[in-house]
Design a protein around this ligand. Structure first.
Ligand SMILES: Cc1cc2nc3c(=O)[nH]c(=O)nc-3n(C[C@H](O)[C@H](O)[C@H](O)COP(=O)(O)OP(=O)(O)OC[C@H]3O[C@@H](n4cnc5c(N)ncnc54)[C@H](O)[C@@H]3O)c2cc1C
Ligand SMILES: NC(=O)c1ccc[n+]([C@@H]2O[C@H](COP(=O)([O-])OP(=O)(O)OC[C@H]3O[C@@H](n4cnc5c(N)ncnc54)[C@H](O)[C@@H]3O)[C@@H](O)[C@H]2O)c1
Length: 446
């Protein structure tokens, strides 16, 4: 039974990781929970984000590994886009039903439809209203669209992840996660890819020498990188799309990916009606994820925050809110270091203090670097490129790490506990990884 006269103790708007990882255990604790979802249950990550992307990328990464082992392994592999897309469908199409089953099986009421706040305790979906003691806004992000003439000819990442045929010539606008990950996949699937950067740099939050290694690798595989170029218009002529640049040059494409970022889903939710403060970066919250209206909270990508807008962040936030609503904590949210990886080939991953931050404070931090191929274990897989930087504080505790390599994601995951739990010499000695493995290779650097 919900408290007072409300139907629910907690009502979530949106059913992504910002909701379900916390809503399921919350309902299992006997709290009356409702979840409203306008689209596919589970939100972006399972349906049109991480899971779809990594399924399409898996053969690409493997193809690179096999190529590195030439001439030990000979012969050419060919990426079959139809089969890759079908396999992606096989592994992700069941996820909404699976997540719906987990929610309803835990006692959550799942309400299908688009929700808008009517007042601080009421959300309307169609003709129906639902009331709750506490609300959580977890509505995520949507793709930013370039406002240029011909903008209607541009596509987004959701379209790419369902592309029935890989276009012959693909132009990608943007140099972020989505631009470079999807350019990597399209290139491996045989498309002639051009990436257009409006500035000089891609992936600005990452260590630039490592970003340049990723870009050089893409170029070696045939991708064209165009820098300092703004697309001013797109026209459709016969079967071609023609992109005009600010230098009055043109590019021709069969398909164009607008990967210029993602924006918070805060419009048309009734937030202004009830007084929830919002800015261009999302919903403003305090250190308890509470909005300007005390019984309304926010979770996941829609929050205005400095932490990376990633699935693990959304999971951490929804889990924190679960403990808060269950009365198990009153403490402020205490984010651990959150790692991030760009699933290009090679991967680019980082966590904690960045190289730029460490270089700006030489009295506080020490940096060590390693060229990946110098590590014996990496020579086994014939890794011929890649670098990493580890950052230590004055007590020689690891506080940051970044790597560009085929196995950067696994290296950063391996090192993560040392950073999160501030392991000293004693803990590092006590942790005995399997040998020979990538985990042992990474741990051996400490
Ligand atoms: C192409 C792509 C690849 C990605 N790859 C990775 C990756 O590899 N690793 C990683 O960690 N992160 C990745 N991300 C980011 C990750 O998907 C998000 O961080 C994560 O999904 C955020 O979860 P969320 O619950 O905050 O939002 P979402 O998952 O976006 O969920 C919000 C939900 O709210 C619903 N909604 C919105 N408004 C309403 C309304 N008014 N009424 C009802 N429902 C509503 C939406 O339909 C949606 O289902 C990727 C994102 C994209 C786009
Ligand atoms: N591997 C992962 O974890 C992963 C993968 C994909 C997406 N994501 C998440 O999704 C979010 C969105 O990803 P994204 O790649 O769309 O955003 P992003 O912020 O990473 O990249 C946006 C890119 O577009 C460029 N840009 C912005 N405005 C432009 C303009 N007017 N013209 C040309 N270029 C412009 C930016 O310079 C930047 O390079 C990320 O913040 C990330 O949190 C994560």
């Amino acid at each position: 039974m919900a408290k007072q006269a409300y139907q629910y103790d907690v009502l979530y708007l949106g059913s992504g990781h910002g909701t379900f990882d916390g809503a399921i255990p919350l309902a299992q604790k006997g709290v009356k929970v409702g979840v409203i979802e306008a689209d596919k249950v589970g939100g972006t990550c399972p349906n049109r984000g991480c899971n779809a992307k990594i399924s399409l990328d898996a053969p690409v990464a493997l193809q690179r590994q096999l190529a590195a082992l030439n001439p030990v392994l000979t012969g050419q592999t060919h990426l079959n886009w139809d089969a890759n897309l079908a396999h992606k469908g096989d592994v992700i199409n069941g996820l909404p039903d699976m997540i719906e089953g987990l929610l309803t099986g835990s006692g959550v009421d799942l309400i299908h439809g688009y929700g808008r706040l009517v007042d601080a305790h009421t959300i309307r979906v169609g003709q129906q209203t639902y009331t709750a003691d506490q609300m959580v806004i977890a509505t995520g992000l949507h793709p930013h669209r370039l406002a240029i003439p011909g903008g209607e000819f541009l596509h987004d990442s959701t379209d790419f992840l369902d592309l029935p045929t890989m276009p012959k010539r693909l132009v990608v606008i943007g140099g972020g996660y989505i631009a470079l990950e999807l350019a990597t996949i399209a290139n491996a699937a045989g498309s002639d890819v051009t990436v257009v950067l409006h500035g000089d740099q891609a992936l600005r939050a990452f260590h630039q020498p490592y970003v340049e290694q990723v870009l050089s690798d893409l170029q070696r595989h045939g991708v064209t990188i165009v820098r300092n170029t703004t697309i001013t218009q797109v026209t459709h002529a016969a079967t071609d799309y023609v992109l005009t640049t600010d230098a009055s040059d043109t590019l021709t494409a069969d398909w164009i990916l607008d990967a210029t970022g993602r924006e918070p889903n805060t419009a048309d939710l009734g937030l202004e009606t009830v007084g929830v403060t919002v800015n261009a970066n999302g919903i403003e919250v305090n250190d308890h994820l509470q909005t300007s209206v005390p019984n309304i909270y926010a979770s996941g990508d829609v929050i205005d925050k400095t932490q990376p807008r990633l699935t693990p962040t959304a999971i951490f936030e929804s889990t924190y809110l679960m403990h808060l609503f269950a009365g198990e904590t009153t403490a402020a949210i205490d984010y651990p270091p959150i790692p991030t990886v760009v699933f290009t080939s090679p991967r680019l991953a980082q966590v904690g203090v960045t190289v730029a931050q460490a270089q700006a404070a030489p009295a506080t931090y020490t940096l060590t670097t390693q060229h990946v191929p110098d590590d014996w274990y990496r020579q086994v897989g014939q890794e011929t490129s890649g670098d990493n930087t580890l950052i230590f504080d004055q007590d020689h505790h690891l506080v940051g790490a970044t790597e560009v390599s085929a196995q950067a994601d696994n290296v950063i995951n391996t090192l993560l506990p040392a950073i999160t739990f501030k392991y000293g010499e004693h803990e590092i000695e006590r942790l005995v990884p399997l040998f020979p493995t990538i985990g042992a290779a990474a741990w051996g650097q400490l």
